[in-house]
Design a protein around this ligand. Structure first.
Ligand code: 7TS
Length: 414
């Protein structure tokens, strides 16, 4: 195999999929905001689990089940340390960020938000952190309010000051926008939420692959993320919650593993975290998540940030040379994650994605599950290229060369 060490010292041989072809061309994968690719240590940890460690945890009294339990609970501790939660029982495993947010909507929102209360979220939320709160607001007679963005795609201070008030009972905010890549001032927003007595939910889905997270330093009441965007398999996600809040919330799902005693007409429930983990859990997923965390820690967030920034900056410079390209959000590559949303004059994003696909370049086109944001920006859809540390400068070159062909292919002048 060719030398697959990139200039930045990342071992691309760890990512077998990046050695495959798309439409006969070298795959240039620029859709990591949708899901990241998986390195061999993660794939191997999951395989090893199924080859030699698989059993239903918490149930059996035999060696294998004990081992599966240790693997599962070990992954919980690895996750706790990774996000700097205080207590291990504050880590609830779910399927993904979406399920974590629905758990919160049902177990917190439907019980602790009341008529006349206000829920505040940003207009840039992914539907997963928007529709659950819409449902809560409708069911409970509360009002859903939005923090709108300035022309650079940032939340102005005045929005935070004016919208989060004594009526606000819950603030939901994404750390990083999956469309604009902008990094929101979550610490400041959480502080303001606490100042008015509201709880704050932070969506870490797009930030945790790129930034070190400290939920205590942030002072988040709840935080959610998906494993699959940070190198692990699909089907495992996390809900973090402060213990005193999780303790007072009723269970979301009912069934096996989450009970203490069950009688014909009544049941009492297990303490955290089991209270929120009904049914057989995704142990292989948790094992893979722990391996992904170790992989990220071995590379180091400083290094990841450096590579991300260099790639995004370079892509910005090259795209901005093209007069027919509109880039959304902050015009600079400043404080943003590895996401660039753009459109090509007169060309539908789906056509752009298809033309790039023929060159082996995988980008996303559409509304990115953020229709209210699209409407706010006055567009229907964008093209989105998203980068991670396994991308290279050559990937950016191939991408931009392909973008340059688009208008010509469709018969437009330059
Ligand atoms: N929150 C944000 C900010 C996201 O970007 C996503 C997924 C989710 C929540 C939901 O994550 P899930 O794992 O539960 O689906 N975002 C995207 C995306 O941008 N393209 O595909 C999925």
């Amino acid at each position: 195999m060719a030398n697959l060490l990139t200039r930045e010292g990342v071992n691309l041989a760890d990512f077998p999929i990046l050695q495959t072809k798309a439409n006969g061309k070298r795959l240039v994968y620029l859709d990591s905001a949708a899901t990241s690719q998986k390195p061999l240590p993660v794939i191997e940890a999951v395989q090893k689990y199924y080859e030699s460690q698989n059993a239903n945890p918490h149930r059996g009294n035999y060696e294998l089940s004990v081992e599966a339990t240790e693997m599962y609970e070990g992954a919980r501790e690895t996750t706790r340390a990774f996000i700097h939660a205080e207590h291990v029982e504050e880590i609830i495993f779910t399927r993904n960020a979406t399920e974590s947010l629905n758990l919160l909507a049902y177990s917190y929102g439907m019980h602790f938000i009341n008529k006349g209360d206000e829920i505040v979220i940003s207009i840039a939320e992914h539907h997963s952190n928007l529709i659950p709160w819409q449902q809560v607001a409708k069911a409970r007679g509360a009002t859903l309010k939005y923090l709108y963005l300035d022309e650079n795609g940032r939340i102005p201070q005045s929005e935070i000051e004016e919208k989060i008030t004594a009526k606000t009972k819950l603030v939901g905010i994404t750390h990083v926008s999956n469309v604009l890549g902008t990094v929101n001032p979550v610490k400041e927003i959480i502080a303001k939420a606490h100042h008015v007595g509201a709880v704050a939910v932070v969506d870490l889905a797009q930030s945790i692959p790129h930034f070190p997270i400290d939920v205590q330093d942030m002072d988040a009441d709840f935080a959610v993320f998906s494993g699959h965007k940070m190198l692990s398999a699909m089907g495992i996600g996390v809900l973090y919650g402060k213990r005193e809040l999780l303790d007072k919330m009723p269970p979301f799902l009912f069934g096996g593993d989450m009970i203490e005693y069950v009688y014909e007409q009544e049941a009492s429930f297990a303490p955290l975290p089991a209270k929120f983990e009904a049914g057989t859990q995704n142990v292989g997923g948790a094992v893979g998540l722990a391996a992904a965390i170790k992989y990220i820690q071995n590379i180091g967030y400083d290094h990841i940030r450096e590579i991300d920034s260099r790639l995004v900056h370079y892509a910005f410079i090259r795209l901005r040379e093209l007069p027919y390209v509109t880039i959304y959000g902050d015009g600079g590559a400043g404080n943003r994650c590895g996401v660039i949303s753009f459109n090509i004059k007169d060309v539908h994003p789906h056509d752009v994605a298809s033309i790039l696909d023929a060159d082996g370049v995988a980008i996303r086109a559409g509304h990115h599950c953020a229709q209210p944001l699209m409407r706010y920006l006055g567009i229907n859809a964008t093209c989105r290229a998203s980068f991670y540390f396994y991308n290279t400068r050559e990937d950016v070159d191939t991408f931009v060369d392909s973008v340059k062909k688009v208008r010509g292919v469709l018969g437009f002048g330059a």
